[in-house]
Design a protein around this ligand. Structure first.
Ligand SMILES: C[S@@+](CC[C@H](N)C(=O)[O-])C[C@H]1O[C@@H](n2cnc3c(N)ncnc32)[C@H](O)[C@@H]1O
Length: 399
């Protein structure tokens, strides 16, 4: 099961002679301007005026809607979860249905089905069609077309349970989390010993969601000039299988926990890749990585680890690479323009509930990489940075 994190330092534990920053630092013009803005926004008189004045009315409305969305976001998530668990999108993928037909198919009373469909329509998950029927909406169509997204949504039930007490999670006083149980390696001192039944569910989820990500990485960094790719923490091998399909001469090596590596070996055999894909089982925090590849990938791995583990893993990768090799580090990153709510808010709290790790800014990853013996990395633009950003780092010959 999950585990409590160490309690964060209280502000009065900054160290001898250190005052909190706000007490001593001079305030910049921006700080002063923002304080003035906050005072205005907090004033009911200003709010009334801004909502009535024609030039500020649209801004006031947008602000009010955004605040309400923050408050209601959890409800929207539950509506989406209900649609997925009831199989609503699969039903509608075959064509529009009437309320009565849907109520029967979903095993709901008509008033309940009506309530769900109205809510789902408001969230663009379904859409009213002619003859009083409902069809897929733009968001529902995307979920219907991707089993990976539906599986992701389903497993969020655990996260929603864990987030019942966000303050307890932040303080480290919440009970063991359900996500901690779902990702057992995050709380295990001996992850290499995890049995097959404890890795099956998360490995299948990762494999189902990997197609969303593999294409973006492989578009951003073509592997044609490389001989052998080792995917460390490669799960069931979905990323390697995608790379192998694009570059038929590329040899593939997967490193993951023994029980996961076994699942990957099976996938490679089923995909006819066994002749050029091999697997190595072990723990990348304890065991050396085989020095066999000229390119190594870490896909959605580093954010699972606190700094100490991340640094140990990056050092192990550095040791395994030849001087002209390179590392591809792909994961959602904090501070990503256009994806702040995902990197900073969503992953921040997801990993808190998981019990370990955090989304890092590219500059923080660069600092870890250079400390591990890499040159400062290059950022390679990806198509959907909210799914993954990508850094490429080469060994620093001077270290
Ligand atoms: C979040 S999943 C990412 C899987 C895959 N890279 C992907 O993006 O689909 C993390 C992976 O790291 C593996 N892992 C965690 N701790 C490990 C360890 N100490 N040694 C080897 N693999 C580990 C897990 O088994 C899992 O497959």
């Amino acid at each position: 099961m999950g585990h409590a994190r160490p309690r964060p330092r209280a502000p009065d534990a900054l160290g001898p002679g250190m005052a909190p920053a706000s007490a001593k630092q001079p305030r910049s013009w921006r700080d002063r301007w923002l304080s003035q803005r906050d005072r205005l926004l907090a004033s009911p008189r200003f709010q009334r005026w801004a909502a009535a004045f024609p030039l500020t009315r649209p801004i006031a409305q947008r602000q009010a809607n955004a605040l309400f969305d923050l408050c209601a976001g959890f409800v929207y998530s539950q509506i989406l979860l209900a649609c997925v668990e009831l199989g609503l999108f699969e039903r509608l993928a075959a064509g529009p249905l009437t309320l009565a037909e849907l109520a029967r198919a979903l095993d709901l009373g008509e008033p309940a089905a009506d309530r769900l469909l109205l809510a789902a329509a408001a969230l663009r998950l379904v859409e009213p069609r002619s003859g009083g029927r409902y069809g897929l909406g733009p968001q529902g169509a995307v979920v219907a077309g991707s089993p990976g997204i539906a599986a992701m949504i389903r497993h969020h039930r655990l996260l929603y349970d864990d987030l019942r007490d966000p303050v307890g999670l932040l303080r480290g006083t919440a009970p063991p989390t359900r996500l901690g149980g779902y990702w057992p390696y995050a709380g295990s001192a001996t992850p290499a010993g995890l049995p097959p039944e404890q890795v099956a569910e998360y490995s299948a989820l990762m494999a189902a969601s990997q197609p969303l990500i593999a294409d973006d990485i492989l578009e951003a960094y073509p592997l044609g000039r490389h001989r052998r790719l080792m995917d460390v923490g490669g799960g069931e091998g979905a990323f390697l299988a995608a790379a192998g399909a694009r570059w038929p001469k590329l040899e593939l090596v997967l490193f993951d926990l023994p029980a996961v590596a076994e699942r990957a070996a099976l996938r490679f055999a089923q995909a006819g890749l066994a002749s050029r894909a091999s697997t190595v089982g072990g723990s990348f925090l304890e065991d050396p990585l085989p020095p066999c590849a000229d390119v190594i990938s870490l896909v959605r791995i580093i954010h699972d680890h606190d700094d100490e583990g991340a640094l140990a893993l990056l050092r192990a990768v550095r040791r395994a690479l030849p001087p002209d090799g390179c590392l591809l580090l792909a994961e959602p990153m904090a501070g990503t323009p256009g994806a702040l709510p995902i990197g900073d808010a969503y992953f921040g709290f997801y990993l808190l509930a998981m019990g370990r790790g955090r989304a890092r800014r590219p500059a923080e990853l660069a600092a870890l990489l250079t400390a591990a013996g890499f040159q400062p990395p290059r950022s390679l633009p990806t198509r959907r940075p909210f799914l993954t950003s990508l850094l490429r780092a080469c060994p620093d010959q001077a270290t």
